[in-house]
Design a protein around this ligand. Structure first.
Ligand code: ACO
Length: 437
């Protein structure tokens, strides 16, 4: 059997090293022994944007980007989307196994009974301007919960962590719905414990004067499926932030707020909002080829296309396309779908996109469904953050229980000045770069 080691010949010194290979990976710390002399710090790896660095070991989500495979805890996303409720999948992601009937009942019961926001938190939300971006409101309000639950700082107490997990999964839809009502100037609607997770979310979004909200089953199921698809995605930008902030032992509320901030960027979860802006800008199907030419000429990107890991069709995009048909059967077709389908058709046959293996990602079609459901594009990333809270919590919990856990603290290659002497202010000259500021 071949040895699981890597031999390295350092041509600077002619020294020979052998480092272990485990699961196709060498440990960066094993390279530190490679030195040119006693004064040398030792070899480091340089990997901006983590293009080829595993930052942790994880048993939560598996992705094979070349084959377009996504599994939570070993179960294919297609099976989970077809057969489970969102809270069932949330349990699986957090605890590692699908729940028994009794476990599911208890889990749903706990989450349902942690959906209310403290009235002071509600008033905190009321303080935002009428036109505040919902994602800014969401991030700030989740962070503000840290002040309501100071005991959550006890991150090494498992029972305490469990309680925060119930609270966070329970409260994020309430916060999200309140940001939506706030932007419309409508009174906030309290949670209804008789309803399922997605039905209750719809109730808090859309109930007006009726005494009981009656959710359309096709729409609540579509929302549940969208939540399942967005629940986790291994070490993406926001999960990495969750682990990095959590590694300092910050409480889960501020850690989730930081992860949600990472999600809000247009290259990550903010892309769904950008896709709708792009479809608006294109305006009609016949203008798609010109838009694609513009992207190929280097003017902007095709939003909702491309992925760091998927070099094949994102399996979530395929399920979303199916869910879109179910939604449109109730709401009527979103005219943007025609433009999106044409964009996909042309891009998938175009040498530029084929060569770079750029396929539609989860954000390409999600916005079209959200819009058909009645949401403004500014709400789209908040809708992503609700289910992703589950993934962030699972990643956080796994990180805290990892025996190799330490505060996340990368190295750098310093490229600044060497030591130089202080210059008094009257002797300083205006620097060219500073003058242009
Ligand atoms: N449109 C046009 N060209 C693209 C696109 C795109 N959407 N995405 C990547 N490319 C091109 C790049 O310009 C680059 O071309 P080059 O080799 O000629 O320089 C090549 O494809 C490789 O792209 P990178 O930027 O190196 O890929 P990276 O892995 O760093 O980025 C990312 C991945 C950020 C998702 C990128 O594809 C992108 O910006 N897509 C649009 C935004 C988007 O949809 N984000 C959502 C991702 S899914 C999620 O986070 C939930």
């Amino acid at each position: 059997m071949a040895k699981e080691t890597l031999r390295i010949l350092d041509e600077r010194t002619n020294a020979d090293y052998s480092v272990s290979v485990n699961k196709g990976t060498v440990r960066a710390m094993d390279l530190r022994q490679i030195k040119t002399g006693p004064e040398d710090f030792g070899l480091m790896t340089y990997d901006p944007a983590f293009m080829n660095t595993a930052s942790c070991q994880s048993a939560i989500t598996f992705i094979d980007g070349d084959k377009g495979i996504l599994r939570y805890r070993g179960y294919p996303i297609e099976q989970l989307a077809e057969k489970c409720t969102f809270l069932e999948v949330a349990y699986l992601i957090v605890y590692g196994e699908l729940p028994s009937e009794q476990e599911l009942r208890n889990w749903v019961n706990e989450i349902t009974h942690h959906t209310m926001l403290h009235e002071t938190t509600k008033r905190f939300l009321e303080g935002f301007r009428y036109d505040a971006h919902p994602m800014g409101m969401f991030i700030s309000t989740v962070a503000a919960l840290s002040t309501v639950y100071p005991e959550s700082r006890n991150v090494h107490d498992r029972e305490m962590r469990k309680l925060q997990i119930y609270r966070l999964i329970g409260k994020v839809p309430t916060i999200a719905a309140y940001t939506y009502r706030h932007s419309l100037g409508f009174p906030y609607v309290y949670p209804d414990n008789d309803l399922s997770y997605s039905e209750n979310f719809m109730n808090m979004l859309w109930r007006m004067t009726e005494p009981k909200y009656d959710a359309n089953p096709a729409l609540s199921r579509a929302l549940d499926i969208l939540f399942i698809l967005h629940a986790d995605h291994e070490q993406n930008c926001s999960a990495n932030v969750m682990r990095a902030v959590g590694s300092s032992q910050a409480d889960p509320y501020v850690s989730i707020a930081a992860a949600a901030a990472a999600l809000s960027g247009p290259l990550h979860g903010g892309a769904n909002e950008e896709v709708l802006k792009m479809l608006d800008e294109i305006g009609s199907k016949d203008r798609v080829p010109a838009y694609i030419d513009q992207v190929k000429a280097g003017h902007g990107k095709l939003m909702g296309f491309g992925h760091r890991i998927y070099k094949n069709y994102d399996p979530r995009a395929r399920i979303i396309k199916w869910a879109a048909d179910q939604v449109f059967a109730t709401t009527g077709k979103n005219p943007k779908l025609e433009i999106a389908l044409e964009l996909e058709r042309i891009a998938l046959g175009d040498e530029y996109f084929v060569k770079r293996k750029l396929y539609p990602n989860v954000d390409f079609y999600s916005g079209i469904i959200y819009q058909a459901l009645g949401f403004k594009p500014e709400m789209f990333t908040v809708l992503f953050a609700i289910p992703r809270t589950v993934g962030w919590l699972a990643q956080w919990q796994e990180m805290l229980e990892d025996p190799e856990r330490k505060i996340a603290r990368p190295r750098q290659i310093y490229t600044g000045y060497g030591e130089r002497n202080f210059v008094p202010i009257e002797k300083r000259t205006v620097q060219k770069s500073a003058a242009g500021q």
